[in-house]
Write a protein that binds this ligand. Structure first.
Ligand code: FER
Length: 251
């Protein structure tokens, strides 16, 4: 199915818990992939499946320029992803079977749900940034992204990295304006941060620092795991299960 965002089709999929009876109100967890990612990645599917196992529906979405959604990768920016996120949240809220709404995102998607949770804090019951890449704005301001250096005051027309993927300089211009710290300070709901301590793309200190800055966060470090949890995905899903089960018990 597609969620429409001002004429842009966002490829999306809702997964329900086994045996879900239509009309029953249940929580929904929106699950967002990272930079160059998509909604069928193993860790994204695993997060959604875990939510199903504890009785929540999961909404996975391909963001602008990714997966089977409209838009070209090279034209994506955090602004486009943010308006996507607001549209996805409004769509989720329009579903009459949805009780509480949660946000979960990986890497760039993790940073994006941090920003979205601040903007929509009244309606977001809990937040799960996984290996959140919230150093992207800082890197854009300092002139270091995708393992490449550039002059942050004279941004190149295109930058390339991450396996030769090209990106317009506007990505950097937009990222330079984003203030994740303010978003952290504006969300006081429960937060779970999961991070592999051998993450090669987003240093683990960013997960640690975000968990300290949030007023109400738990941090689960996955020893020896990488950016996409290729070694210990089972520990990631266990952390999701434990945390979400505790949230559901509070209701
Ligand atoms: C970067 C490091 C990590 C970067 C993006 C990421 C745009 C995001 C990774 C992900 O979402 O998986 O320098 O620059």
């Amino acid at each position: 199915m597609y969620i429409m965002d001002d004429g842009i089709r966002l490829n999306a999929q809702i997964d329900f818990p086994e045996g879900y009876r239509e009309g029953t109100r249940i929580p929904l967890v929106i699950v967002i992939h990272g930079f160059t990612g998509h909604m069928e990645e193993a860790h994204i599917r695993a997060a959604a499946r875990t939510m199903n196992q504890v009785g929540c529906a999961a909404l996975r979405v391909d963001m602008y320029g990714h997966g089977h959604s409209d838009g070209e990768f090279k034209n994506h920016t955090l602004f486009k992803w943010m308006t996507n996120a607001l549209t996805i949240i409004d769509y989720a809220r329009s579903l009459d079977w949805v009780s509480d709404l949660y946000l979960c995102g990986h890497s760039q998607g993790g940073m994006m749900v941090m920003l979205a949770a601040a903007m929509k804090h009244e309606v977001i019951r809990g937040l799960i940034p996984m290996s959140p890449a919230w150093m992207i704005p800082e890197g854009a301001r300092k002139g270091f992204l995708l393992g490449q250096s550039f002059d942050p005051d004279h941004i190149p027309e295109t930058i390339s990295g991450f396996g030769g993927m090209e990106l317009k300089g506007n990505y950097v211009r937009v990222a330079q304006t984003v203030r994740v710290e303010e978003a952290i300070d504006r969300y006081d709901g429960p937060v779970l941060i999961i991070h592999g301590d051998e993450d090669e793309a987003v240093p683990v200190r960013y997960g640690i620092e975000a968990s300290r800055r949030y007023r109400n966060a738990e941090l689960v470090l996955i020893p020896g795991d990488d950016h996409c949890y290729t070694r210990h995905l089972d520990q990631v899903t266990e952390a999701l299960r434990v945390w979400m089960t505790a949230r559901l018990a509070e209701n």
